[in-house]
Design a protein around this ligand. Structure first.
Ligand code: NAD
Length: 377
């Protein structure tokens, strides 16, 4: 099987879909891997390390795509890149499915099978293929570091000859994969941590990380769908959620927000009034900036200041830690490739398969009829 790894062209994308360690495993399994020159450079994997892993280096995207039966990338291809993909090939990539209709139609016309990494089902068997989880881990960690660097104070308690320093208070809204990593990171840095989520399962997980769970009567099993995601709240539930957060947030120094509802705009959890209730010098890092923001004042890609409170509209944080983000992404992609290609090298796209079927946006010239749910890249 000929597998190609291309250089990302999206602005600010520094990750690579397969790192040399994964390439080496694919080559040992009998595959031919072609890497576009410089594809791993921004993640600090140079061409020489791919050559040492057994790949060949193609000078251009066109040359890398030539004859490739599987194309792996991080972000979905633009229009020009779609035309480089061999007819009938399999594309494995983040696809931002909610806005991918034109790309899916173009891929379908080339009979490309597009497997959207956002749509890996949340089942135990597919956990090791789940880039949303691996990349959320990176984002949750980095969000705390960004917040810590903007705070005008220490996170840990310090006892020094120059007096005692009280620890900062860090509050995480949305205690899923990114949120739990943010809580763990803030705690490791010495902050007094608290978390909030609408799913009851999150309460135990928050407490297991040494944080306080902010209680509310909106936390109930009915808040969670069958897939383990939160459901959108009614107006009444949303109002009660805001009331709970408003009571807690005024005393917090660092707030990291991660709340998402698949297929919808991010829930609004922090109003402008709540921001104004916080102490000057406090920081909010909004990881939901790409999907509308959890904070009313968030501007995606920008940091704004209101009454001395900085609000960071964080976008694509995994790309700011491209080495480990690529390592985790690559491991997820490798496991998926091992799922669709047998040990004998036979590629099988079985739409009845729980994993492949859920991910396929188009196959054999036919786009999937149902609208895919959106997900955060
Ligand atoms: P996500 O990115 O969709 O959302 C982040 C968090 O925001 C979730 O915990 C969600 O409950 C929370 N949230 C949504 N609306 C909220 C609101 N109004 N107020 C407060 N919080 C709100 O979710 P995620 O982090 O990707 O994962 C959610 C759960 O799924 C986690 O428990 C995770 O462990 C589980 N999961 C399971 C698998 C698997 O079994 N393969 C894979 C990944 C995640």
């Amino acid at each position: 099987m000929k597998i190609c790894v291309v250089a990302e062209t999206a602005p600010n994308e520094s990750r690579v879909a397969l790192i040399p360690d994964s390439v080496s495993k694919l080559v040992k399994a009998g595959h031919e891997v072609v890497v576009q020159a410089g594809a791993g450079a921004r993640a600090h994997f140079d061409d020489a390390s791919y050559l040492a892993a057994g790949a060949s280096i193609a000078p251009t995207a066109l040359a890398a795509h030539a004859g490739a039966e599987i194309v792996v990338r991080v972000q979905r291809p633009d229009d020009a890149e779609v035309t480089l993909i061999s007819e009938g090939a399999v594309l494995v990539s983040l696809m931002a499915p909610a806005s991918a209709l034109d790309t899916v139609v173009a891929l379908s016309a080339r009979r490309v099978t597009a497997l959207a990494l956002e749509l890996v089902p949340r089942i135990t068997r597919a956990q090791s293929m789940d880039v949303l989880s691996s990349q959320a881990t990176v984002a949750g960690y980095k969000a705390v570091l960004i917040g810590a660097s903007l705070l005008p104070r220490f996170l840990p308690m310090l006892t020094t000859a120059a007096g005692s320093i009280t620890p900062a208070k860090a509050f995480v809204l949305g205690a899923g994969v990114a949120g739990l990593q943010a809580l763990a990171t803030a705690r490791r840095l010495g902050a007094v941590t608290s978390g909030f989520d609408v799913r009851p399962a999150a309460a135990e997980q928050v407490k297991s990380l040494g944080a306080t769970f902010v209680q509310s009567d909106v936390v109930s099993a009915a808040s969670e769908d069958k897939g383990g995601y939160a459901k959108a709240q009614s107006d009444d539930e949303a109002a009660r959620t805001l009331a709970t957060i408003a009571k807690h947030i005024a005393s917090q120094d660092l707030v990291v927000t991660t709340a998402q509802i698949p297929g919808r705009a991010a829930p609004r959890l922090i109003t402008a009034d709540m921001v104004r209730s916080m102490k000057p010098g406090s920081v909010i890092v909004d990881l939901a900036a790409d999907t509308g923001g959890n904070c009313e004042l968030t501007v995606p890609g920008e940091t704004i200041e209101v009454n001395g409170v900085q609000v960071v509209g964080a976008t694509n944080l995994p790309a700011t830690m491209p080495t480990h983000a690529s390592q985790m992404f690559s491991r997820n992609v490798l496991t998926l490739l091992q799922h669709i290609v047998s040990n004998e090298g036979t590629l099988t796209i079985d739409l009845a398969d729980e994993i492949t079927g859920a991910m396929a946006l188009t196959h054999a010239g036919t786009p999937k009829s149902d609208t895919p749910k959106s997900a955060t890249p």
